[in-house]
Design a protein around this ligand. Sequence first.
Ligand SMILES: [Zn+2]
Length: 167
Amino acid sequence: MLKIISVIVLSLLIGGCAMQSNKEMSSSKIFQSVEEKDATLVQKGKNKGSCSRCGMDLVKFYKTSHIAEHEGTHFQYCSIHCLEEHLGNEITLKNPKVVDVVSLKLIPVSDAHYVVGSKIRGTMSRVSKYAFLNLEDAKKFQTKNGGEIMDFNGALEKAKEDFKHYK
Ligand SMILES: [Zn+2]
């Protein structure tokens, strides 16, 4: 009887620990995460908070988020990778924008300075890509975290290289 009770107690303890670590995992912030109130979500409907390609949480991966339009519909992506994957399907996307890591606002990709390959982990890629509106901010980030500064097309090329590895 004692043995049975100790098994129950033990499994409760283990169960409790597992629950605890799950909780810690979900609340531990990754660099990409923001408060929900700070995220701009442009999609409609119940899946507005999910990447239109892979379904990942857009608030959790907000700092690498991109948006674009196609035939009047707004799409939001967790990363340049899912944007590139959508483009790779021969689709013409309009008005692509990216989150500026500093202001958390969506800015046209043509205005963005991407820091590619810094030590800060990326989304859907081992080579991270973070965008900044101000070149000075990009340089500051680069000084601290490394990486290379390039424009959207350069970052997109890097994203394409990653995709070759997936396939
Ligand atoms: Zn995605």
